[in-house]
Write a protein that binds this ligand. Structure first.
Ligand code: AMP
Length: 120
């Protein structure tokens, strides 16, 4: 899948639309999900133009990958998610239910998150 420059997270990265920012560094941006599915629902995105986890893992530089996952760890700790635990999700493609085609990790916490799937 080719990267779509007009996806909503690309617009957030360009500053064309606002986000409720939690953290930013050279490689990553984190903000609150606009429609939270848990008491805490954070999205972490790399700044580079990658469609999904497969694209990022295959084509991201070592510096970008290290920077991104270091940011995920820092945010999880700083936001208090590591104390009681949390769930990280990277929805990918059609079957994965990915809506926004810019790689992102969901961090869900602040309460028990429940079963991995509710319909099985
Ligand atoms: P996914 O289905 O994994 O692609 O998740 C996309 C997520 O982005 C959903 O949880 C949406 O609620 C969230 N989202 C969409 N637009 C925005 C926005 N402008 N700011 C923050 N979160 C958003």
């Amino acid at each position: 899948m080719a990267y779509d420059d007009n996806n909503i997270f690309a617009k957030i990265l360009r500053g064309e639309i606002p986000c409720n920012k939690i953290y930013e560094d050279d490689f990553s941006l984190a903000f609150h999900d606009i429609a939270p599915k848990a008491k805490q629902h954070i999205l972490v995105i790399p700044k580079g133009a990658y469609t999904d986890i497969v694209d990022f893992g295959a084509n991201g530089s070592a510096e970008e990958i290290k920077g991104f996952y270091s940011a995920v760890s820092k945010i999880a700790k700083d936001e208090g998610l590591t104390q009681d635990g949390f769930r990280s999700i990277a929805n990918t493609g059609n079957f994965g239910g990915q809506e926004v085609p810019h790689y992102h990790i969901h961090l869900l916490g602040g309460e028990p998150i429940g079963a991995l799937r509710s319909n099985v």
